[in-house]
Write a protein that binds this ligand. Structure first.
Ligand SMILES: Cc1cc2nc3c(=O)[nH]c(=O)nc-3n(C[C@H](O)[C@H](O)[C@H](O)COP(=O)(O)OP(=O)(O)OC[C@H]3O[C@@H](n4cnc5c(N)ncnc54)[C@H](O)[C@@H]3O)c2cc1C
Length: 383
C-alpha cells in the first residue's frame, strides 16, 4: 500500500477520532480507543520497514498523517506521532532481536512505543541527557535517571530512553538510546501532568532507579550520539510535531472559513464572506498556512531523499509551524467573533494546543539558534 492509500485510511480514522475530542480535552483522557483503531488498521507500522511488515514510509508520510489526525484530535496526533518517532529510532539500526520483539508487533498493530528524551534537569536541552547507562556485564546494562513529559506515559508498551554513558573512560556526553519495556522493574510514574493544551497526551514524569536491562535493549552502537540526534531523533521528532501543529492551523482555518460563509446579518442580509476586509484577512491566513505547509512537505521530501540540506529545513519547518499555528488560530478566533471565543469551544482548544508548539523541544528559540550556528559554521550543540 502506497502513501496515498495510507493517507486515505488516516482520513477515515480522523472522522472517528473527532467525535470525542472535546471530552478528551476537558477530562484529559488518553485516546486509548482512538489509538486502538490506528492499531487495528496497522497504521502503527507507518515507518516500520516493509521487510518487517510495515508500510516502509518516512518523514513526509509522518507529517501528513499527523496533519490529518490533528484536524480531528491534536492529542491523538501527538500520541501517534511520538509512537512513530520511537519506532524510527528502533528501526534505525535494528538487530534481528529488535525486529522480532518490537518492529514486527508494531507493524501488526500489537505494540505501541514512545520516546522519552526530556528530563527535569536538562529541560529543553534534550540532547544532553543525564540518565546514566552503565555496563554491568556483557549481557546486562543498568539505567538510572528521570524523564519528564513522556507522551503516552504509563500506557505505551515500550519507551525509547536517551542516556549518557557512565562507564569508566567513556566520552563525556556519550549519548545512547535504550528501549525499556512496560513490564520493566524499577520504573515509577509520576502523577499525570495537566497541561494547558494537548491534554489527552498522558504526559508523565518517569523515575528510573537502577533498572537492569539486557544488553540487547541498547539501540545502535554505544556512543552513536550525534548520529542518533541529527539523523533519526531530530528529523522524526520535529516532523511529528510539525505535522501536528500544521493540522491544528488547518482546523482553525476551516472553522473561520465556515463561519464567514455561513454568518448572515439580520439587518442587511449580508454574508460575512462578502466583506472585503474579511476576504483579505482570510486570504492572508491562507497564505501563511500554505507557505508553511509547502516548507514542511519540501523539507520532509528532502529528508526522505537523503539530501544533506534537509536537516536545516526540517528545523525551520518546526520553528515556522509553531508561529503559523499560533497566528492562524488567533486570527481564526478574531474572524469567528464571540462564537469562536467560547470557553472550550473548538478554537479555544486549538489555541491552547497550538501554544505547546513553542515550548516542545527543540524549542523555537533553540531551533533558530541552531540554524544560525550552522550557517555561521559555529558548533551547534554548544549549550
Ligand atoms: C504537550 C507536551 C508534550 C511533550 N511530549 C514529550 C515527549 O513525548 N517526549 C519528550 O521527550 N519530551 C516531551 N515534551 C517535553 C518538551 O519537548 C520539552 O523538553 C519541554 O517542554 C521543555 O523543557 P522545560 O520545560 O524544562 O523548558 P526549559 O528548558 O526550562 O526552557 C525554558 C525556555 O528557555 C529557553 N531556552 C533554554 N535554553 C536556551 C538557549 N540556549 N537559547 C535560547 N533559549 C533557551 C527555551 O527555549 C524555553 O523557551 C513535551 C512537552 C509538552 C508541553
Amino acid at each position: 500500500m502506497g502513501l496515498n492509500q495510507v493517507l486515505e485510511k488516516i482520513r477515515e480514522v480522523k472522522v472517528f477520532i473527532s467525535k470525542d475530542a472535546a471530552k478528551r480535552d476537558i477530562e484529559a483522557i488518553w485516546p486509548e480507543k482512538e489509538l486502538n483503531v490506528l492499531k487495528e488498521e496497522r497504521l502503527t507500522g507507518l515507518v516500520v520497514p516493509k521487510e518487517n511488515g510495515g508500510y516502509g514510509l518516512g518523514l513526509l508520510a509522518l507529517a501528513q498523517s499527523c496533519e490529518i489526525l490533528a484536524q480531528g484530535c491534536p492529542s491523538t496526533a501527538m500520541c501517534f506521532g511520538m509512537h512513530n518517532v520511537g519506532t524510527a529510532v528502533l528501526a534505525a539500526k535494528a538487530t534481528a532481536f529488535h525486529k522480532e520483539k518490537f518492529l514486527e508487533p508494531i507493524a501488526e498493530g500489537k505494540h505501541l512505543t514512545t520516546i522519552a528524551l526530556s528530563e527535569p534537569g536538562t529541560g529543553s536541552h534534550f540532547y544532553f541527557p543525564q540518565t546514566k547507562l552503565q555496563s554491568l556485564t556483557n549481557e546486562e546494562l543498568k539505567v538510572t535517571g528521570a524523564k519528564s513529559f513522556v507522551t503516552n506515559g504509563g500506557h505505551a508498551d515500550s519507551y525509547i530512553i536517551s542516556t549518557v554513558a557512565f562507564d569508566p573512560g567513556a566520552d563525556p556526553f556519550q549519548f545512547s538510546c535504550v528501549v525499556l519495556e512496560k513490564s520493566q522493574e524499577n520504573l515509577t510514574w509520576g502523577e499525570p501532568w495537566l497541561g494547558l493544551g494537548m491534554r489527552g497526551n498522558s504526559s508523565m514524569n518517569l523515575e528510573i532507579k537502577d533498572a537492569i536491562i539486557p544488553s540487547s535493549h541498547l539501540l545502535g552502537e554505544k556512543g552513536d550520539e550525534l548520529w542518533f540526534v541529527f539523523n533519526v531523533v531530530a528529523p522524526y521528532f520535529l516532523t511529528a510535531m510539525a505535522g501536528t501543529y500544521l493540522g491544528i492551523a488547518q482546523a482553525a482555518f476551516d472553522e473561520a472559513k465556515n463561519h464567514l460563509t455561513s454568518r448572515t446579518y439580520s439587518h442587511s442580509g449580508a454574508l460575512l464572506s462578502e466583506n472585503p476586509i474579511l476576504q483579505h484577512r482570510l486570504g492572508s491566513v491562507w497564505a501563511k498556512l500554505e507557505r508553511t505547509r509547502r516548507l514542511i512537505y519540501h523539507a520532509c521530501q528532502d529528508g526522505d531523499n537523503g539530501n544533506a540540506s534537509a536537516t536545516l529545513s526540517i528545523m525551520a519547518a518546526k520553528a515556522e509551524v509553531a508561529a503559523c499555528a499560533n497566528e492562524v488560530v488567533n486570527e481564526a478566533m478574531t474572524l469567528t467573533g464571540g462564537i469562536g471565543y467560547q470557553e472550550n469551544g473548538l478554537l479555544g482548544r486549538l489555541l491552547r494546543d497550538a501554544r505547546a508548539a513553542h515550548v516542545m523541544a527543540p524549542t523555537t528559540d533553540l531551533l533558530y539558534t541552531w540554524i544560525g550556528r550552522n550557517l555561521l559554521d559555529q558548533p551547534i550543540l554548544s549549550d
